[in-house]
Design a protein around this ligand. Structure first.
Ligand code: SAH
Length: 476
């Protein structure tokens, strides 16, 4: 055993990350998951890191080059800079101070190395190949749920002897990764498992020598991540999440889902808070094109379904103009996922023969919708982005002919453990919302079908509901 596996408790402890690029961002996320206080030292930071700082204001950032006094009061340090001299200086200073140090991709400068992690807290499985084959460690982690073939350690050791040769053959990192993925999941691995080392070696070298290191061709996967519960992902979404090189995600994508994306994929936060687009739509479109042209497999991960109020159409229009291959993976849209988990069928033979999805987005402080088309009997209306415009929404629907007593519901963070359902009527919903502040995202459902929730609610969330308050019981 070259390294001793240990699990460190770094909760509330000060940890130092030196570097501000994609790798540093990944390490920061990992340490944050373990509850650390993060201090970052880096003169410049990438867009990804900037997003991270915005998302986690508790991270402190010092825009300087590393000095040994940055190590004061730190219990752990990770160096993720491109500068060898800096990495070396960090390693020396940390050793002198007795602080565990990891220099990314440089085992010689490390006093500890980072494993590949399967996180099923409180159970954590950590896998390490001792630096000999990072790709293998990742593939192994993905397979762990089922079975760990006994011969994997041997495969890592065996593959390590070809690492340098493969690296020289494929200057493009993507091609190198693709090659190893093919080897480590294909006949090469099988031959090693079967003890046919000589045949495995011949196969690997033959494949290597017949491969040309052409610039890799990128691709974009526009994937719907559903409304929040990770169990609602499609199989295809899961598969593409495992093979992407970089993921661009929105605020709506639940952290639990983001955790399921391949661990060493770069993560770029595209924002999309109300009134505050961290990356404007045109920059997102351009970024997708740029990354794909660099040969990356780009996962564009969106909440719900990409084609329902998701601007998915605009994004792939730009891709198609640039002739970039893409595929679209539908997701469960909020209307359908949230309604199911709230126990509200969107159609019903007795109450609703049609269902419309609209956006209640405020434009110039008003909601612009075709009110007479909406205010129809036997129709369910699902309103996305409707929280701010709810008073006008209810007023207009009543003014255009829907009874004041029409049942209405608002659901906070549907399908997640924070799901909360408030029900009332068109007349009472604005007051109910005023008195019970909700956290986004929220979805409004209007129509007779809302009544069915009394019988059909099934999802055990910590939802508070107002069914039995005087407000609702006036309109059973
Ligand atoms: N493409 C997404 C919708 C994007 S618009 C989809 O198909 O679901 C964003 C709006 O979706 C939010 O303002 C909110 O109205 C709704 N929404 C998304 N997820 C939700 C959730 N878990 N609970 C309640 N509303 C949700």
């Amino acid at each position: 055993m070259d390294y001793l596996p240990v699990f460190l408790n770094i909760k509330q402890r000060n940890c130092l990350i030196v570097g501000g690029g994609g790798v540093a961002a990944r390490k920061t996320r990992l340490l944050l998951r373990a509850g650390a206080h993060i201090h970052v030292v880096s003169p410049a930071i990438s867009a990804e890191f900037a997003g991270l700082l915005q998302q986690f204001p508790s991270i402190s950032h010092n825009a300087e080059t590393f000095r040994p006094d940055h190590l004061q009061d730190r219990v752990l340090v990770i160096a993720a800079t491109h500068d060898q001299a800096t990495n070396q200086a960090i390693s020396i200073a940390a050793r002198e101070a007795g602080i565990p140090v990891n220099v990314v991709d440089n085992p010689d400068l490390c006093t500890f190395i980072m494993p590949s992690i399967l996180d099923r807290s409180p159970i954590i499985v950590a896998v390490s190949s001792g630096g000999s084959s990072p790709v293998l460690a990742r593939l192994l982690r993905a397979r762990l749920e089922a079975l760990i073939p006994a011969a994997y350690g041997r495969l890592a050791t065996y593959a390590a002897q070809f690492r340098e040769q493969v690296r020289q053959h494929f200057p493009h990192q993507e091609n190198r990764r693709f090659f190893w993925e093919k080897m480590l999941q294909g006949p090469f691995a099988e031959m090693v498992f079967a003890g046919k080392d000589r045949a495995a070696r011949d196969y690997l070298l033959e494949t290597l020598n017949s491969s040309v290191d052409q610039p890799p061709v990128g691709e974009v996967y526009l994937v719907g991540a559903g409304p929040g519960d990770p169990d609602l992902l499609t199989f295809r979404a899961m598969r593409l999440m495992q093979q992407a090189d970089v993921v661009i995600y929105d605020r709506l994508v639940a952290p639990a889902i983001l955790d399921m994306v391949r661990q060493d994929a770069d993560r770029i936060y595209a924002g999309k808070e109300r009134n505050q687009h961290t990356l404007p739509q045109t920059s997102i479109n351009d970024l997708l094109v740029k990354l794909a042209q660099e040969g990356k497999r780009v996962l564009r991960l969106k909440g719900g379904d990409p084609f329902i109020f998701g601007r998915g159409g605009e994004e792939i229009e730009t891709l198609s103009q640039h002739r970039i291959p893409f595929q679209v993976v539908p997701g469960i849209t909020a209307a359908s996922g949230v309604a199911s988990y709230a126990g509200i069928p969107l159609t019903h033979r007795d109450y609703a023969h049609s269902c419309v999805f609209v956006t209640g987005h405020l434009k110039d402080n008003t909601v612009q919708l075709d009110w007479s088309a909406l205010a129809r009997p036997n129709q369910t209306i699902v309103v996305y982005m409707g929280l701010l415009g709810v008073s006008e929404l209810c007023r207009q629907l009543i003014a255009h002919g829907l009874p004041e007593t029409t049942p209405a519901a608002i659901i906070q963070q549907g399908t997640t453990p924070n799901q909360c359902v408030l029900t009332g009527t068109l007349a009472t919903l604005p007051t109910i919302i005023r008195d019970n502040p909700l956290k986004p995202p929220t979805l409004i459902i209007v129509g007779e079908v809302v009544k069915l929730r009394q019988k059909l609610a099934w999802f055990n969330s910590t939802s508070k509901s107002l069914e039995n308050t005087p407000t609702y019981s006036k309109h059973p």
